[in-house]
Design a protein around this ligand. Structure first.
Ligand code: OGA
Ligand code: NI
Length: 345
């Protein structure tokens, strides 16, 4: 009798080869040798002094402007998130993915619009090729609307993840203030432009893969939201596209990786670009990454900041609701371009 395993976590350990539905066409495979020969990386920015009323803030905002313009990605140190909160988040995530299959499956759904769900790959309903990933996705803001939906096992899950998501919200708000200023906008601009705000989170679990040269954990994509704050464990896998080359972001302890999402590209009227990135897998070690997707609320009307529109830079985008954008993203499947072209002026 064959049993169907919906989750990769339960299937991967039984396999010596990658099943055919995970295999990419020859011209779309990760180049694992090339990966080890590049040593460029994304900028590291020290946030110490960001709230100071002196030249520190100015300098940090300058570095953020540079990083957003040249990479769309940066790493942050001295971010102010307590180590204990991060450790608890990582530990409870590991515990969750180690729960028995029957316990994990209580949270399973392949409906992208469900606000709490465990699933696999990206969007099983629309994609042709599967990705080497399981993920638990949670909505986190307003916390009280969602926390009761979250897994209740491991027993500390809700408390640990709630603490972490509160810290991520504080950090995201500081970052969007700094990014607003880096664009020459008033500090509150982005805060006010994204409606009542939203916050989602994923716990990505990439099991070891017997043939990592044939598939992706996540293929090239841009994030649809405002900014993403990513925590990764000590196993590399994230790559960022820079000048047509894939740059590996090596894990650095006590840092987060921040990237500009499609909505900052819209607000900035293309001054900042939402950059393609992807996740590779490996044959040795499980990899975990925990992105926080800070986003507009679904009803927010997104458009370029009027201050950044002029005769040299006409508005690049029509007005749209984030709800429309989000649905377009999930229906489209991950592809090598953002869905922004569907909202061009
Ligand atoms: C994502 C993502 C990268 C990673 O979840 O959107 O880009 O390293 N993850 O897991
Ligand atoms: Ni991403």
């Amino acid at each position: 009798m064959t049993t169907i395993k919906p989750l990769l976590t339960d299937l991967a350990c039984t396999l010596n080869h990658v099943p055919s539905n995970f295999i990419r066409p020859i011209d779309d495979r990760p180049n694992l040798e090339f990966q080890s020969s590049t040593n460029d990386s994304i900028p590291i920015i020290d946030l110490h002094g960001l709230e100071d009323d002196d030249s520190n803030r100015c300098q940090i905002i300058q570095s953020i402007a540079q990083a957003c313009q040249n990479y769309g990605f940066f790493q942050i140190v001295n971010h102010g998130v307590p180590e204990e909160v991060v450790d608890n988040m990582v530990n409870v995530s590991k515990e969750f993915f180690n729960l028995p299959e029957s316990e994990r499956m209580k949270n399973y759904s392949d409906d992208p619009l469900k606000t709490t769900r465990l699933s696999t790959s990206f969007n099983l309903r629309t994609e042709n090729i599967s990705n080497w990933r399981d993920f638990l996705r949670l909505h986190c803001h307003p916390l009280e609307d969602y926390v009761h939906e979250w897994p209740s096992n491991p027993p500390s899950f809700r408390e640990d993840v709630a603490e972490y998501s509160k810290e991520m919200r504080k950090l995201a708000l500081r970052l969007v203030e700094a990014i607003s200023e880096s664009l020459g906008l008033e500090k509150n601009y982005i805060n006010k432009a994204i409606g009542k705000h939203g916050q989602h989170m994923a716990i990505n679990y990439y099991p070891p893969c017997p043939e990592p040269e044939l598939t992706y954990g996540l293929p090239a994509h841009a994030d649809p939201n405002v900014i993403t704050i990513l925590l990764q464990n000590d196993v590399p896998g994230l790559q960022v596209l820079k000048d047509a080359k894939w740059v590996t972001v090596s894990p650095v302890p006590n840092t987060f990786i921040v990237n500009i999402g499609d909505q900052i590209q819209v607000i900035s009227n293309d001054k900042y670009k939402s950059v393609l990135h992807r996740a590779l897998v490996n044959s040795e070690k499980e990899r975990m990454s925990i992105p926080t997707f800070y986003c507009p609320s679904p009803d927010a009307i997104m458009k370029p900041a009027p201050q950044l529109i002029n005769s040299d830079h006409p508005a690049q985008y029509i007005d749209f609701t984030y709800d429309d954008y989000y649905k377009t993203f999930w229906n489209g499947g991950l592809s090598k371009q953002t869905c922004l072209h569907m909202f061009n002026a």
